[in-house]
Design a binder for this molecule. Structure first.
Ligand code: KG4
Ligand code: ZN
Length: 355
C-alpha cells in the first residue's frame, strides 16, 4: 500500500511516499530559511512559501520514487496542530489532489505522526509495545503510553514552554540564530555542564507533567547579568553603539548547563513513569529535539538501567518535521478505517488539537 503524504504544519514543506507504514520510497522537504532573520516563524511568510513550494516538492517526491499519481493508494495530510495558515496550505493541496485523482484522503494528527516516525525504515517487529514515547519538539513535549500502533494515552506534558521552544529562546538570547536547538547543542559540546546551577521544577509528588519556564527564566537572568557586566566593561556609550557579543566560554557553559538541566528534568519523570508502569518494554524519543545527541546519550544510559530498549527515529530527518512519518501514521489509521472518501473534499485544519 503506497501513501502520498503532506506535512506543512509549521515552516517545512514536506512530501513523502511511504509503503506499508515503514518503507520510505521518497521523502522531500524544503525548509523555510526566510524566518531566520526574524528569530521565529512568521505565519504570513510561511503560508506564502508553502504555496510556492508544494508543487515542486511533490514533483520531486514522485520523481525520486519512480511513481506516478496513478500508483498512489491513499493521500495523507497533517491537519493539526500547527499554524493555521501553514496547515491550510497542505490540506488544500491534498484535498485538491484527492478530488482530481479520485484517491481517498486521510487526515493525520501531527503528534501521532511523530509517534509513528519510529516505524520508518524498520521492521514492524522491532517496535515493542507497550512503549513509552517522549515527543519533544518546538510545539509539544509530552509523554504517551503507547499500547499498540493505534492506541495511546497521554501521561503528562509541559505545562508551559515546549522543550524545543526553550532551546530556541536560549539561542535567541545568545544571538545564535533560529532554529536554536542544533546551535545550542553544538556550543554545549565545548561547555562545562556544571558551570551554572539551574532549577529543577517541583510540580508536586506524582506529577508526570513538565515545566521549562523556570529554567528559561533562570538562563534569561544569567544572560542579562552577563550583558550588564559587558556593558559596564565597555563603558555605557560604547555599549549602545556596538551589539553585545558574549564570550565563547559563557555561551558554551550556559548551553551545556541548560542541556544538563533538561536531561535531569526528564530523568526525574522517566524514573517515576517506569515505577508506575512497569509493563513498559521500550522507550521512544521522537520529535525535533530527539536529534539532540546529549539527551540521546543521557536517556540511553538511563533507560538501560531499567532494562528498557530505547529507539529514536532511524535518521535525523525523521526526528524533525517530515512527511514520511505522516505516511506511516496514515497506514495505521487505514487499519482502523479512519479514511475519508475522495468526495469529502475539505479537511478543516485545526491549529489547536489534542491527541
Ligand atoms: O519536530 P520539529 O521539527 O517541529 C515541531 O513540531 O516543532 O521540532 C523543531 C524543534 C525546534 O525547536 C528545534 O530547535 C529543535 O526541534 N531541535 C533541536 C535539535 N534539532 C532540532 N533541539 C535540540 N537539539 C537539537 N539537535
Ligand atoms: Zn513536529
Amino acid at each position: 500500500m503506497k501513501i502520498l503524504a503532506f506535512e506543512t504544519s509549521c515552516d517545512d514543506t514536506a512530501v513523502a511516499i511511504v509503503e506499508n507504514g515503514t518503507k520510505v520510497l521518497s521523502s522531500v522537504r524544503v525548509s523555510q530559511l526566510e524566518h531566520n532573520e526574524w528569530g521565529g516563524v512568521v505565519p504570513e511568510i510561511a503560508a506564502r512559501l508553502h504555496a510556492e513550494a508544494w508543487r515542486p516538492v511533490l514533483e520531486q517526491a514522485l520523481a525520486e520514487s519512480g511513481l506516478e499519481m496513478k500508483d498512489i493508494d491513499y493521500i495523507a495530510v497533517t491537519y493539526g496542530p500547527g499554524l493555521q495558515t501553514s496547515l491550510l496550505s497542505g490540506t488544500t493541496a491534498a484535498s485538491f489532489l484527492s478530488l482530481l485523482h479520485n484517491i481517498p484522503l486521510i487526515p493525520v494528527h501531527h503528534v501521532y505522526g511523530h509517534l509513528c516516525s519510529v516505524f520508518l525504515e524498520r521492521s514492524i517487529e522491532e517496535i515493542k509495545f507497550p512503549a513509552l514515547v517522549l515527543t519533544a519538539s518546538g510545539g509539544h513535549t509530552e509523554f504517551y503510553l503507547w499500547s499498540n500502533a493505534m492506541v495511546w494515552q497521554k501521561l503528562g506534558g509541559s505545562l508551559d514552554d515546549a522543550i524545543g521552544e526553550a532551546f530556541d529562546k536560549l539561542a535567541k538570547m545568545l544571538g545564535l540564530g533560529y532554529p536554536g536547538g542544533p546551535e545550542v547543542s553544538k556550543r554545549a559540546i565545548h561547555g562545562n555542564r556544571k558551570a551554572f546551577n539551574l532549577p529543577i521544577p517541583n510540580l508536586g509528588k506524582g506529577s508526570l507533567d513538565l515545566s521549562f519556564s523556570g529554567v528559561k527564566s533562570a538562563v534569561r537572568r544569567l544572560v542579562e547579568k552577563e550583558r550588564e557586566k559587558i556593558e559596564i566593561s565597555l563603558g555605557s556609550s560604547l555599549a549602545i553603539l556596538s551589539p553585545i557579543s558574549f564570550s565563547d566560554g559563557f555561551v558554551n557553559d550556559l548551553c551545556a548547563s541548560f542541556e544538563e538541566t533538561c536531561g535531569r528534568i526528564f530523568k526525574k519523570k522517566l524514573a517515576l513513569i517506569f515505577e508506575l508502569y512497569p509493563e513498559i518494554k521500550s522507550f521512544y524519543f521522537v520529535g525535533g529535539v530527539s536529534a539532540n545527541s546529549y539527551l540521546n546519550s543521557v536517556f540511553k544510559d538511563f533507560v538501560q538501567r531499567y532494562g528498557k530498549k530505547m529507539l529514536t527515529p532511524k535518521k535525523i530527518e525523521y526526528s524533525t518535521d517530515n512527511a514520511a512519518m505522516i505516511g506511516s501514521a496514515a497506514y495505521w489509521q487505514i487499519q482502523n478505517k479512519a479514511v475519508l472518501e475522495p468526495a469529502v473534499q475539505y479537511i478543516e485544519p485545526k491549529s489547536r488539537l489534542t491527541l
